[in-house]
Design a protein around this ligand. Structure first.
Ligand code: TXA
Ligand code: MG
Length: 334
């Protein structure tokens, strides 16, 4: 089998982009492709060897299962047992940034490696037109984790994918920055009560409109047992992250939120005196959706050895802020 020696990046607007991506996937290759949340590293989920290449490219532990992306609910119904909650949620939120954990069907043809041997499977229909076009063209389910090496910050642009995974990807479809910027909300429907294993821009309040009971968040608690990926070091920048900062230490970069007017530097001075490359503001107006979309690219921008760390201002722990704080806590722990 032939694979490209060097990663090729092509604009998703190129007339051959979608066909080329589908053909690489059907030959067992890896494609970096945009979704509305983050860029994914896609492989044919029915092809065990191709799925194994995802784990190798990311350096991902084999016990950490992947999300299976499809283009219709009908396609999904080949692989998992749907219940009423799943059907109602799919009508409300798919295509979109929601992943459902459902029981794997007995005759499910998705590679066992993709779901790490579990009896459940994570499924999602993405909203990005390019991801959808590739899914339709290839017409196989695509296993796609975030397209970064395991444990590092998720990619929200094609250049992040290349920086993180280099030549281990056969083709990257470039299509600007991801609008949502945080990975999908992972909602487990396999137990008696629905549980959010990974918070995202869709929140418990959003799901409450469809489910009869509000799903519980299991962040940092038993979720580690149910969602193996959450056990791991994640989103780790190369320099320390300090949360809920009310002032700056000398040498630190600032990741702000809202007004920076009152941010001082210990020993004298204001944050606004820092050089431009040492300050990013997630959202000057305090908009949590804007902050979510900026989070990963701004963490990357400040993550360099000219700073001794990144001080992050506090973000309200409400709505989308829950997901932002979840990612920040993991980054700080890393
Ligand atoms: O937005 C997203 O979800 C992106 C885009 C590319 O779709 N994908 C993504 O995949 O974030 P990944 O592999 O980086 O994260 C998947 C998460 C992991 O925490 C994994 O442990 C969990 O979903 N997961 C996958 N299958 C599971 C299962 N059967 N049961 C519990 N958790 C599961
Ligand atoms: Mg990931």
């Amino acid at each position: 089998m032939f694979f490209y020696v060097m990663t090729r990046i092509i604009s998703s607007e190129h007339p051959d982009a979608i066909c080329e991506a589908a053909s690489v996937l059907l030959r067992g290759g890896l494609v970096g492709l945009p979704t509305e949340t983050v860029y994914g590293l896609a492989a044919n989920a029915l092809d065990g060897k191709a799925v194994a290449r995802i784990f190798a490219a990311k350096g991902r532990p084999h016990f950490n299962p992947l999300i299976i992306h499809c283009h219709t609910l009908e396609q999904i119904s080949n692989y998992v047992q749907l219940n009423d909650d799943a059907i109602n949620l799919s009508e409300a939120f798919w295509p979109g940034p929601m992943t459902l954990i459902l029981p794997r069907k007995k005759d499910c043809k998705v590679s066992e490696l993709a779901s790490a041997g579990l009896s459940s499977l994570a499924v999602r229909i993405p909203r990005h037109p390019i991801a959808m076009a590739v899914l339709r063209q290839a017409d196989v389910p695509l296993a796609a984790p975030s397209a970064n090496s395991s444990g590092t910050i998720s990619p929200t642009s094609a250049s992040h994918v290349v920086q993180s995974l280099g030549n281990s990807v056969d083709l990257v479809l470039a299509s600007g920055s991801c609008k949502v910027g945080l990975e999908s909300t992972v909602l487990d429907l396999t137990a008696d009560k629905p549980v959010i294993l990974r918070p995202g821009v869709l929140t418990a309040d959003d799901f409450l409109g469809v489910l009869k009971i509000s799903p519980a968040y299991e962040i940092d608690q038993n979720a580690t047992m149910k969602s193996p990926g959450l056990l791991l070091k994640h989103y780790a920048p190369t320099i320390p992250i300090r949360l809920n900062a009310i002032d700056l230490d000398k040498g630190e970069a600032l990741l702000g939120f809202g007004s920076l007017k009152f941010m001082g530097v210990r020993g004298g001075g204001f944050a606004s005196d820092l050089p431009e490359e040492s300050i990013c503001n997630l959202s000057e107006t305090g908009d949590l959706y804007e902050a979510a979309a900026n989070l990963f690219s701004m963490m990357r921008a400040l993550d360099n050895s000219s700073h001794k760390g990144i001080a992050v201002m506090s973000i309200p722990d409400k709505g989308v802020g829950i997901a932002i704080n979840d990612r920040l806590r993991r980054a700080a722990r890393g």
